[in-house]
Design a protein around this ligand. Sequence first.
Ligand code: ZN
Length: 421
Amino acid sequence: MHDLMRRLYPLCRSLTGDGVRQTLAALRELIPLELHEVPTGTPVLDWTVPMEWNVRDAYVKAPSGERVVDFRESNLHVVGYSVPVRERLSLAELREHLHSLPERPDWIPYRTSYWERSWGFCLRHDRLVELADGMYDVRIDSSLEPGHLTYGELELPGETEDEVLISTHVCHPSLANDNRAGIAVATFLARRLAREPCRRFTYRFLFVPGTIGPITWLARNQERVPRIRHGLVLALLGDPGSPTYKRSRRGDAEVDRAAAHVLRRSGADGEIVGFSPYGYDERQYCSPGFDLPVGRLTRSPGGEFAEYHTSADDLELVRPELLAHSLTTAAAIVEILEGNSTYLNQSPKGEPQLGRRGLYGSLGGAAGGRERELALLWVLNLSDGGHSLLDVAERADLPFETVRDAADALLEHGLLAERGV
Ligand code: ZN
């Protein structure tokens, strides 16, 4: 995942444009993404697909002739969606278009102006204060023209048409945690699920620009929306903060309970936060007209790590072991969604004799043995058609996996049956 992030580093991603296409092309070497191109001007819900933005070069040249701000050094130097510019300006005029962080003088801020025609440069405050009076040549060789919005979609069919939606944003340029980390984790989760011999649910992965991406997908897929049973927005999954899960608008959806179970048991000080209509693309999936059971997994929530939206959000901040932990966490949530079912005890009067069936005491004395036996008893006791295996795991305070294994053993011996639908 870290290698993938390194590869995606130089690409100048934005809401639209070739940086997104090149990013998705790189992901296609790992997962069979389908690419969609939606023309500028297409109405999508209350929005319209914007102009396509591409930038080839941009710089500010000092009176000395030196490029004091240079897009070729970092794509963060150009305000995203800057209109083309070729001007000669005094320092005072230029400064109205310069953004820096006085409190972090050696970091470049990340800024965009998607919905208002404008232009600007972002630079280290250290460099800004050194700029001498005089005339500056300013050049932004960009295009902002009718084109397309590009997004990637991967469908992994399952035994049912019920879907699990996994969505991540692809619109940020050379930042690491936000959101090459989310892209990397989603890609490797897709790879892992693609290798499963059978999946209960159909999985739909979306690699979309923030806000306008999910709005575009939702607008084009309204007939598919009712099939979404569970969903996760994956973002900012590589910083040293502990995992944070944000509940869906519903607050008690199965994915909310699955994530809470995983975080509670992971021992990693995971945090669960309630829904709010602010944040990443869960805002769209959880808008009231859809109200989908979609939560969000991040590490430090957006904006709550110092490096957020600056050049310091780099590959030093994001460590491979943190990415791996995030992937494990996301996969554990998905495993619960896949494995959670409700059963009926087929021998509910008195306890069935487990020893006779080799289910009891077979691991007598082994450390995991007692937990396994407890799980068998809990599953039998609560499988009255009204409790799912996740309910059992929560009530018994056992790992879901142990409960799932117990249910499989009981199913094998005919002691459980699927609850009729
Ligand atoms: Zn961001």
